[in-house]
Each structure stands twice: as C-alpha cells, then as structure tokens.
Design a protein around this ligand. Structure first.
Ligand SMILES: Cc1cc2nc3c(=O)[nH]c(=O)nc-3n(C[C@H](O)[C@H](O)[C@H](O)COP(=O)(O)OP(=O)(O)OC[C@H]3O[C@@H](n4cnc5c(N)ncnc54)[C@H](O)[C@@H]3O)c2cc1C
Length: 401
C-alpha cells in the first residue's frame, strides 16, 4: 500500500489527508509540520482570536482524536529539510522518511521588515502563526500606540482589532492608497472611511524609513520625515510562497511550486497545493492565497492521486472582517477597466462589480451577502449582465442568474 506523505501541516494538508481517507486510500498517511500545534485555521488570527472573541481550542481544524480515528499520523515540531526524489526519501531532523507519493503544502511566509531599518527590534511582529499572535497579544491594551506597516487586508484587519480594543493606531501604506494591489479605489475609499470613523490614522503614499530603539522599538521615522512614538509595530507587507525545499529538490518554481492543472509538480510522484503552489488558469499561471483555494485544491489533488484525472478548476473567493463589516469577494479582478457600484438596502451595504469590457470579473460585497452570492454564481457560470442592470436598484439580482 502506498505511503502518502504531506509536508506542511496546515489548512491544505488537513483537507487533503481526510479527503484521501474519504476516497478510500487504505495505505499510510503522514503529515509533517514544523509548527508545534496541530493544523489550525489562520483567518481568525487577525480577527476574532486577536480580539479575544475566540478560544485557542476553536482554531484547530480537528482534534488529535480525529487524526487517530482516521489513522493519519501527524508529526509536528520538525521541518523537512531535504527531499531526495530519486530515493523517494525525506529528511526530518536526523531521521529519514520514505514515501511513495509526496504532497507539498508548505504555505507561505510573511515578508519581514529588513534588519537594516530596525525590523529585528523587539516589538516588531508579523501576522502568520498562532505564535506570532500570542507574542503580540499583550500589547493589545487600551492607549497603546500601534503602527501597522502595510494597508492590505492583514494590516487593516489588525488595525480594526487594535482600534476596537482602544489602541491608538496608525497605518502607513507606501503605495498611493490602501488595498492598491488587491482592490479598486472605490473599495479602498470604503475601508479608509470605515477606519477613519474608528479613529485610525491612515497615511497613504508614505513608507516606513526606519524603526528606532535600543533593543525594543520606540519610534518610527517615516519616508516624509515625520516621526511617530510607538509601543509596537505590525508588518503586513505581503507574503512569499515557501518554495526553498522544493527548489533544492529540483522542482520547477514559477511564482510558487509550479504544478499542472492536476496538481502534479515537474518531478514524478510529487504534488503541491495551497498557498505554495502555482497552477494554470486559462492562459495565465496563478497562485491563490486563501482558505477556499487551499481546501478545494488539496481535495482536487487527493482525488487525482486516487486516479480521478480531473483538472482543478479554481472558483476564487475570499473574505475579510473589519469592525462590523464583512467583505466577501468573488472572482479575480486582474485586468479590470471599470467598476460599477450597486447600493445595498442597509446603511454601509454596497457592492463593487469589476468589468473588463463587457465581461464581469469580480465582485467586492460589503455587508451585502446576496450580492456576493449572485455575483459568485454569475462569474462561475461565465455570465456578464450589462453594467447598468447591476447598478439599477430596480433590478432584482436573482433575475440575472
Ligand atoms: C492572519 C491571516 C488571516 C487570513 N485571513 C484569511 C481570510 O479571511 N480568508 C481567506 O480565505 N484566507 C485568509 N488567510 C489565508 C489562509 O489562511 C491561507 O491561504 C491558508 O492557510 C493556506 O493554507 P496552506 O495549507 O497552503 O498553508 P498554511 O496553512 O500556511 O500551512 C502550511 C504549513 O506548512 C509548514 N511548513 C512550511 N515548510 C515546511 C517544512 N519544510 N517542513 C514542515 N512544515 C513546513 C508551515 O509552517 C505551515 O504550518 C489568512 C492568513 C493569515 C496569516
């Protein structure tokens, strides 16, 4: 019976292992992860868990007993440092582990602020792991001064939690505006106004020049020369896929571990899924950093390992929670040339619909779950209603399906 080994024990790994059992793989399954804890969900780290609204226990995707019952071996606390594809063997610490089939679900790592500008001072944090949050949590007390570097979703979610807990929060975004890489000016305007209404100081077109302090950060110097006194700093400046292990084993890397539409890498019997993997979507090669993709792609790979021979068809969607606003995004807005606004029926409810020419690409729905659901279904079906139909309050959305 085949021994399937999964390297990286996070969202994708857990989904993959249980899908293999559901599809009646009867051989051994081993998950190997370098974090101390069983696989857990990351989204609450910058939302309910950071806010103190969710217990640690509820973060775990499944309890140890579920892995035991499914006969899935989980080895935490040790990184895989080498793969020998010829011998089908891995190195973990000073041990060797043999595999028949290997899946890489190594996720991604946050980009850190360089040490030359004070990124290695105490009090400077990233938001990726449970350990990161537990380390920064003591700073989340009323009146503390937080500097968030980067106005993307992670930074803005951390800013929302900090503001809710009564901290003095400044967000610096080097680009012209927050959410520049991921959303339209209209969506950025919405979230800027939301944060400002909660007292967050949002500085755009301003970078971080340097962090100051003896051992612990006490001050930030910004690119426009102004200085801010700070008690701690959170960097939310993007992530990079964890590809070093795959690269050293000779796998092709192209904006992530390169896979075909089935999840196979360039090396026999090695597959990849989740944040670390790039895959073809139409003419393009993309990598998605989201829970829905980690789960769906991992399950597709499990099915293909079991012989399904079915290409993975991504149905991108994502969410973000800030204050009492739930943002839901369907589709990918890459290459949009127009944005249509549809007002919702409650204050603060609005959706932004991205078009390229006549084609609907994506929807950002703020407290507008119906718009999200309809937009998602339209995009998945390849339907593109005329923009003025979307904008008109007289259009019953469901009639567009
Ligand atoms: C704070 C935060 C908030 C988020 N919010 C959202 C959200 O609202 N909605 C959404 O859709 N997505 C969100 N995401 C993204 C989502 O969590 C990720 O896309 C998802 O976790 C990816 O799953 P994965 O299994 O690919 O990687 P991960 O869950 O990161 O798992 C990869 C694991 O592999 C381990 N690993 C790496 N290399 C090795 C090695 N050599 N040996 C052993 N182990 C290794 C890593 O340490 C990690 O534990 C958020 C992410 C973060 C950090």
């Amino acid at each position: 019976m085949k021994h399937i080994v999964v390297v990286g024990a996070g969202q994708a790994a857990s989904a993959l292992a249980f899908k293999l059992r559901a599809l009646k793989h009867t051989g051994a399954i081993t998950l190997i992860g370098d974090e101390p804890d069983l696989p857990y969900q990351r989204p609450p780290l910058s939302k309910a868990y950071l806010l103190g609204d969710m217990t640690r226990e509820r973060l775990f995707l499944r309890p140890q007993s579920a892995y035991d019952e499914a006969d899935i071996a989980v080895r935490m606390g040790g990184a895989v440092t080498a793969i020998d594809p010829g011998a089908r063997r891995l190195t973990v610490g000073d041990e060797q582990v043999d595999y028949d089939t290997l899946v890489l679900t190594t996720g991604s790592s946050p980009i850190r602020l360089p040490a030359q500008i004070g990124g290695d001072l105490k009090g400077v944090y990233c938001v990726r792991t449970l350990g990161d949050i537990d380390a920064m949590a003591p700073h989340f007390a009323t009146g503390k001064r937080a500097l968030i570097v980067g106005g993307g979703y992670i930074g803005l979610e951390a800013a929302a939690v900090a503001a809710k807990l009564g901290l003095n929060v400044t967000v610096v975004e080097m680009a012209e505006r927050i959410l520049q890489r991921v959303a339209s000016p209209q969506t950025a305007d919405y979230f800027r106004a939301l944060h400002q209404s909660h007292g967050v100081n949002i500085l755009e077109g301003v970078g971080l020049a340097k962090l100051m302090g003896d051992t612990e950060v006490t001050q930030a110097v910004l690119s426009d020369g102004q200085t801010l006194d700070v008690d701690f700093v959170i960097a939310g400046i993007g992530i990079r896929p964890n590809t070093a292990l795959a690269q050293s084993a000779g796998l092709t890397i192209d904006n992530g571990i390169s896979t075909d539409a089935f999840g196979k890498t360039s090396v026999a019997d090695i597959w990849a899924a989740g944040d670390c993997a790039s895959f073809p979507l139409g003419e393009a090669r993309i990598r998605l950093e989201s829970v829905p993709n980690a789960i769906d792609q991992a399950e597709a790979v499990a099915a293909n390992i079991m012989g399904a021979n079915a290409p993975y068809v991504a149905k991108p969607w994502f969410w973000s929670d800030q204050y009492d606003v739930k943002l839901q995004i369907a589709g990918l807005n890459t290459g949009y040339d127009a944005v249509v606004t549809r007002s919702g029926d409650k204050p603060g409810a609005v959706s932004h619909w991205y078009y390229r020419g006549v084609n609907l690409l994506a929807v950002d729905a703020m407290n507008a779950p119906r718009e999200f659901m309809v937009g998602k279904r339209l995009i998945e079906a390849g339907k593109s209603p005329a923009p003025d139909m979307i904008a008109s309050p007289d259009t019953a959305l469901k009639s567009l399906l």
